[in-house]
Design a protein around this ligand. Structure first.
Ligand code: NAD
Ligand code: GDD
Length: 344
């Protein structure tokens, strides 16, 4: 792979930024990194790469992005945690322009391999109604009843990739990521997912001296959370494999949201009063990744313990918040405490 040229799309975001770094470390020649955001807003920037701001919902920009490339990693999407995807279904559906133009431009440019970042949100909702849910296996995506908006787009784009793989010379690989967390991700602003949001809220409580935490739902929901290093390693393994169907890439360590809060409190050395918001965005009641297929095909699965990954994530967010200044944290915490801001 080392003499092949790669482009990472969505490189200004969380996973894309780590992917560029990870590929470079492994000796892959990442030539280009693309994101719609201006460069100063990228979470991570690697100087040895050609970093370009392009709107990949436009076909011409996709052609520019993939020109001269052998490998394309397509992670660009307008997305976030439940607070974002439940209220921005249209924006999520419109990601179909980016996904479709990207795979089509890659084929036209004679690209060899195309990676598409799908999601556990493709799974049928009726299989995720209880907290003690069985882990989701790949076939549980059908019959289709995915998360409205975001999940439908991911499922459609998976199938688009499948047919490009089947009927053209473009080899497509698709991973269904389950909730990914780690440093250099979104931790405030409304798009953050539970691990980062809970870390931030615990740090806010500590810094403000207000010993409360606001939790969405009743805290009994279950999830599995995958640390970013596992996500990057799994992405590379899947991209270079012969797995031509969408495959789970997620941790199988299931935890309740209350359990997640327990761990973060323990890292922080505090105990907080929990205030539950039953009308806040909740998503499915339970979700976990069945890793039988990835074990069978790759002899590997994500293995970084939640406690270890959260420790690293917590310390990073804490540092970021220190830079932001404790005054702004106090003000924000006060807002949360009085219920004026509920979305974060
Ligand atoms: P992110 O929001 O941090 O990164 C996505 C990036 O795509 C952003 O920087 C954004 O600016 C960019 N982008 C959006 N629209 C674009 C466009 N039109 N042109 C160019 N760039 C555009 O998200 P992430 O967590 O890094 O997720 C990366 C991919 O993985 C996404 O496709 C996401 O749907 C998928 N995924 C992520 C998770 C997770 O838990 N993080 C779970 C399942 C799937
Ligand atoms: N975001 C967030 N913020 N979630 C919270 C909070 C909070 O302060 N408090 C409790 N939760 C609960 C949510 O109500 C939800 O039940 C659970 O934590 C997980 O929420 P998220 O991390 O936001 O999202 P998700 O796991 O439902 O879905 C995410 O993962 C998918 C892949 O598995 C999303 O990021 C999707 O975009 C992604 O595809």
């Amino acid at each position: 792979m080392n003499n092949q040229k790669a482009v990472v799309c969505g490189a200004g975001g969380f996973i894309g930024g780590h992917l560029v770094k990870g590929l470079l470390k492994r000796g892959v020649q990442v030539v280009r990194a693309v994101d719609i955001k201006p460069l100063e807003d990228w979470f991570q920037v690697e100087d040895e790469v050609e970093n370009v701001s392009l709107d990949l919902s436009e076909k011409a920009s996709c052609s520019t992005a993939v020109e001269g490339m052998d490998l394309v990693y397509q992670l660009a999407a307008d997305m976030g945690g439940m607070g974002f995807i439940e209220k921005n279904r249209l924006s999520c559906m419109l990601n179909v322009l980016t996904s479709t133009h990207m795979v089509s431009a890659a084929k036209d440019a004679g690209v060899e391999r195309f990676f598409y970042a799908s999601s556990a949100c493709v799974y049928n909702a009726t299989r995720q109604t209880g907290a003690d849910v069985s882990a989701l296996k790949e076939s549980d995506a059908y019959p289709a009843l995915p998360e409205d908006g975001y999940g439908w787009e991911k499922l459609f784009s998976e199938r688009m990739c499948h047919h490009f793989d089947e009927e053209s010379n473009l080899t497509c690989r698709v991973a269904r990521y389950h909730n990914v967390y780690g440093p250099n991700g979104t931790w405030t602003g409304g798009r953050e997912k539970a691990p980062a949001a809970i870390c931030r809220k615990v740090i806010e409580a500590k810094m403000s001296g207000i010993p409360d935490i606001h939790i969405w739902g009743d805290g009994q929901q279950t999830r599995s959370f995958m640390y970013i290093d596992d996500c990057i390693q799994g992405t590379e393994l899947i991209m270079n494999s012969d797995i031509d169907e969408p495959i789970n890439l997620g941790s199988s360590e299931i935890v309740t949201i209350n359990g997640l809060v327990d761990i973060v409190e323990e890292i922080a050395g505090v105990r907080l009063k929990r205030i539950y918001h039953l009308d806040a965005p909740r998503g499915v009641m339970g979700r976990n990744s069945d890793n039988s297929l990835i074990m069978q095909r790759l002899g590997w699965e994500p293995s970084i313990r939640l406690r270890d990954g959260l420790e690293r994530t917590y310390r990073w967010i804490e540092k970021e918040m220190m830079v932001g200044g404790s005054a702004s944290v106090r003000a924000r915490s006060q807002e949360l405490h009085t219920g004026r801001v509920l979305t974060a």
